[in-house]
Design a protein around this ligand. Structure first.
Ligand code: 5CA
Ligand code: ZN
Length: 414
């Protein structure tokens, strides 16, 4: 397994908080994220390693960093797994377009992402798993779906083998899962998003337009692995199903990612996993809002990126970047503007200069308010406002305020 990155220290706080309520896209309601035992199990979809790490990525990983901090404050242990999509069409396209070896591009970008995550003091996953080290496990899963009639070949003229697809209708008959359960979209919406986000609804030979690719048979000039289902490479959704099941088991606490992953990725990952295990993949499906920049969704394909490494190189403190992001609720969709940092840096300065006074806001009250705000679907703007009050009026215990900012928000005021 690749190393993840260094874990920031977390100061302990007096008393304990509670596991937060989180908005779940499947039930379209707030759900308590309390696990059945003392271990909260979290999977967050990792990067496809090129053009890492932009401020939109950082916002998504920061949302689930906050979730972990609140769980830990509630006295829970956290088992966190994250994948690396280190072989997939967009990565290969970028490598080809720039004349770089795809493996080199991936390795260099994974290193950059890890450095950025460490600098931002994002809590690392215990299991950081590359798709390319999971090929055999994924091929075994595809093979078992095929044996059970839930995967089928589609005629593939440009390969000696056949691409394998997931039969949504067959899965729905045997698994505790229906397409649309997780995203609550109608079929037209699903067809539209499938075409937009890596699917191929118009490919001839599929049993249903929404059936996703499980295994791509070998093509000339593409990386290929020998496997029980023939030479080729994995489809996108099955990678996360298999990595999540292998490392966390089924029915884990929270499946997370950006809002662009709700459909088709999390929908079909849940479908594959339900067909493989006979159980739901996760209890809560949680999505962070997408950031845009200069009027469009920030994305690698549009090239409108604000990179964390550029901000850090310009001398912007990591705590300032965190505060700029935490000032928005994690589910909000918003547009990054460079002046967002000014407000965050002023706030950081105010927090660092907090006065000690007996007539100010009691620090214990700030702790109670911050805990209550974060327990309510990770309301970070509400949590920041509670610390702002103490910064404005002074407080009896500035050290406790620092510990709150550090433990629950990852902001080092030291
Ligand atoms: N490798 C897949 C997941 S298995 C992937 O989506 N990779 S990614 O590099 O494109 O995105 C990594 C994470 O950042 C995903 O959770 C994605 O939803 C999130 N993300 C991508 N763009 C944005 C954005 N503009 N705003 C917020 N989050 C984003
Ligand atoms: Zn994923």
């Amino acid at each position: 397994m690749p190393d993840s990155w260094r874990r920031p220290p977390i100061p302990s706080l007096p008393g304990t908080g509670t596991a937060p309520w989180l908005y779940d896209s499947a039930s379209e309601s707030l759900q308590c994220s309390s696990p059945d035992d003392v271990i909260a199990r979290l999977y967050v979809c990792g990067i496809t390693p090129y053009d890492a790490t932009h401020i939109g990525h950082a916002n998504t990983y920061l949302a689930f960093d906050t979730l972990q901090r609140v769980w830990l404050d509630a006295g829970l242990e956290v088992h966190y797994a994250q994948n690396i999509t280190d072989v997939d069409d967009p990565l290969l396209e970028r490598a080809n377009a720039t004349g770089v070896d795809w493996r080199e591009l991936a390795d260099q970008q994974i290193q950059l992402f890890r450095d950025d995550m460490a600098a931002l003091r994002i809590l690392p996953p215990q299991d950081y798993v590359a798709v390319t080290e999971s090929i055999d496990r994924i091929a075994d899963a595809v093979s078992s779906l095929r044996t059970r009639g839930i995967a089928y070949p589609v005629d593939t003229p440009d390969s000696e083998g056949d691409d394998l697809y997931f039969d949504v209708a067959a899965a729905e008959k045997v698994a505790p899962w229906r397409i649309g359960d997780e995203s609550n979209l109608d079929r037209d919406e699903m067809l539209r998003l499938s075409a937009e986000r890596g699917g191929d609804p118009d490919r001839p030979g599929k049993r249903d337009a929404l059936d996703p690719l499980l295994w791509r048979a070998a093509r000339d000039g593409e990386p290929t692995w020998e496997s029980v289902v023939g030479p080729g490479r994995p489809g996108w959704h099955i990678e996360c199903s298999v990595i999540a099941l292998d490392h966390l088991g089924h029915d884990f606490t929270v499946q997370g990612g950006g809002a662009d992953l709700s459909f088709p990725h999390h929908e079909l990952s849940a479908g594959h996993a339900a067909a493989l295990s006979g159980h739901p993949l996760a209890k809560v499906y949680s999505h962070a809002g997408l950031l845009s920049y200069q009027g469009e969704k920030m994305s690698k394909s549009l090239g409108n990126l604000v990179l964390i490494s550029d901000l850090l190189a310009d001398g912007v403190p990591a705590a300032g970047i965190r505060l700029a992001l935490l000032a928005h609720h994690y589910r909000e969709e918003w547009e990054w503007a460079d002046d967002q940092l000014d407000g965050a840096l002023h706030r950081l300065q105010r927090w660092r200069g907090i006065r000690s006074t007996e007539n100010g806001v009691p620090a214990s009250e700030v702790l109670a308010t911050v805990r209550a705000r974060l327990a309510d679907d990770l309301d970070t703007p509400g949590a920041l406002a509670a610390i702002d009050d103490a910064a404005a009026a002074g407080t009896d215990d500035p050290e406790l305020i620092s510990a709150i900012a550090d433990a629950l928000l990852g902001i080092d005021l030291g």
